[in-house]
Design a protein around this ligand. Structure first.
Ligand code: FAI
Length: 508
């Protein structure tokens, strides 16, 4: 007699699979709910407790954890001592195990109570999956309903060779590893404690057409334990997001997410190659968009736009005037969505700003992984270090600029006036070059009365002097250079105010 043991939480297609196995000569064994589903489908199946002669007990905590089950899976079919042992104990061969696990992931997403989460930790399932995957030479382990048809076809054709069995074992161990990674992280969350192991399970959402360049293969994965801006993306129209779109769009949305619509007002971020090119606050969505466009009408072509508000028809009509890759917003009116239809490739995406920013960031570095807290500092405290203090309007612009400069690659400086960037300079190996780039790129712009935010201290007074010459009136920077006094002196001489935040915002 060859047995197949079926025990699944996700009962998708289990009846047709069971039927197929019976047709192939298997005798079916099954646990409570799975047994009921199979029997109701008209397929003959033996209850596991009848087979083990031991009741399912402890509210299902013990169902298949029995030597007749694990012995039947784990014995080596070609080793005489093993064969003798199972014979002696009346254990039959279980040659196929079909298991999927308790819905821990779904329960987590549904924010179930701790007691429910504990009950959703599957014990017997992973034990059988691991036993069968370990003994894959003799046992087929089926963990994915999308494999049912393939498994039946392969068995019918007698093509269940070692390569096929290894592949099923690989999938099985991936599933248990992913499952356990979530449980470990759940306990880290509950206890607020960390240990030296970082267990992150990721699930592929999709293969991407290519990576940063067409010769690079790429895919996008989701982390089931993270709830952040991208956890509930809703794409209304347009092509699939590309690798670069995801990356750029992430920076745009993270910056837009720094501004609370109620508290800080409506923000529009224009972004190109992961760098903000124009950022503006506005009275309305269209006002913010127009100011963002005015900030740098050249770079935004082919760029990404993110707003922290609902985009209406008037704003959409402005947006479709130029080529944009992505428009992201808190929401869109139906009229706005109608307008976007004339640009069928434009990706129009709703972002869940409520979910908030990621608290941690990771980066791969040639075999090492760097993990850090996300730079979520809001620079609300600062110290005036010059004779003059910034005016209220300058203060607002400085704080706004400091939020923007966090998202610009170092060395980074941003010039702002009236809630709008007049220039963004970054990614330079010298800070003065970043500032000079702004002036060189905008030769006709009037910078009088603008303010400057810098991601790190000024090593020399050159930036202060260059800014003063263009009419910049206030500066915000972390401070901390051994030559801070030089910059302070230059500000006092030129009549600028300067404040120190004490917080650096490098972005490398
Ligand atoms: N305790 C056990 O011995 C046990 N054996 C199998 N399970 C799980 O029970 C679930 C199926 O249960 P049912 O057939 O009653 O719907 C499967 O997800 C399976 O992984 C078990 N449950 C949890 O540990």
């Amino acid at each position: 007699m060859k047995y197949a043991l079926l025990s699944v939480t996700d009962k998708t297609n289990i009846v047709s699979f069971a039927k197929g196995l019976v047709d192939l000569g298997f005798t079916l064994l099954s646990t409570g709910g799975t047994l009921r589903a199979i029997a109701e489908g008209g397929v003959e199946v033996t209850p596991i407790d009848a087979y083990t002669d031991f009741p399912e007990m402890l509210d299902g905590r013990v169902k298949t954890l029995h030597p007749k089950v694990h012995g039947g899976i784990l014995f080596k079919r070609h080793e005489k001592s093993h064969v003798d042992t199972v014979k002696e104990h009346g254990i039959g061969a279980i040659d196929l195990v079909c298991v999927n696990l308790y819905a821990f992931e779904e329960s987590y997403k549904q924010k179930k109570s701790e007691a429910d989460m504990i009950e959703n930790i599957d014990i017997g399932g992973p034990s059988m999956v691991r036993s069968a995957a370990k003994n894959h030479k003799d046992v087929l382990i089926v963990t994915d309903p999308s494999d049912y048809d393939t498994v039946l076809d392969v068995l019918k054709e007698g093509k269940d060779d070692l390569a096929f069995r290894r592949k099923l074992a690989m999938k099985a161990f991936s599933k248990t590893a992913y499952y356990d990674s979530m449980i470990a992280r759940y306990f880290k969350e509950v206890t607020g404690e960390e240990d030296d192991l970082l267990t992150i399970g990721l699930k592929k959402d999709a293969d991407l057409r290519y990576g940063e360049n067409p010769h690079q293969k790429a895919a996008v994965y989701s982390d089931p334990m993270v709830n952040s801006y991208f956890s509930h993306l809703k794409q209304f129209q347009g092509k699939e997001l590309s690798y670069n779109n995801y990356n750029d769009f992430n920076t745009a949305v993270s910056l837009a997410g720094e501004f609370d619509e109620e508290k800080d007002g409506i923000i529009c971020v224009g972004l190109k190659h992961a760098t903000p090119c124009g950022v503006a606050l506005g009275e309305t969505d269209v006002d913010a968009y127009k100011k963002m466009f005015e900030a740098d009408s050249l770079s935004i072509f082919g760029g990404i736009v993110a707003l922290n508000t609902t985009v209406d028809k008037a704003c959409a009509e402005e947006m479709v005037k130029i080529f944009l890759e992505v428009v992201a917003a808190k929401d869109f009116t139906d009229e706005a969505l109608e307008v976007f239809k004339q640009k069928k490739n434009l990706r129009v995406i709703q972002v869940d700003y409520e979910a908030g920013a990621m608290k941690k960031e990771m980066r791969f570095a040639s075999g090492k992984v760097l993990v850090q807290d996300t730079d979520l500092d809001a620079a609300e405290d600062y110290k005036v270090v010059t004779d003059k203090a910034p005016t209220e309007a300058e203060k607002r612009d400085l704080l706004f600029g400091m939020k923007v400069v966090k998202y610009v690659r170092s060395n980074a400086v941003v010039l702002i006036k009236d809630g709008m960037t007049l220039g963004v300079g970054g990614g330079e190996t010298s800070r003065i070059w970043a500032l000079e780039n702004i002036f060189n790129h905008n030769p006709d712009r009037d910078f009088t009365g603008s303010v400057m935010a810098s991601d790190a201290f000024f090593p020399f007074d050159d930036c202060v002097k260059a800014a003063a010459e263009k009419g910049v009136s206030a500066i915000m920077q972390p401070g901390g250079s051994i030559r801070d006094e030089d910059s302070i002196k230059a500000c006092n001489e030129k009549g600028l105010s300067m404040v120190f935040t004490g917080v650096r915002h490098f972005k490398h």
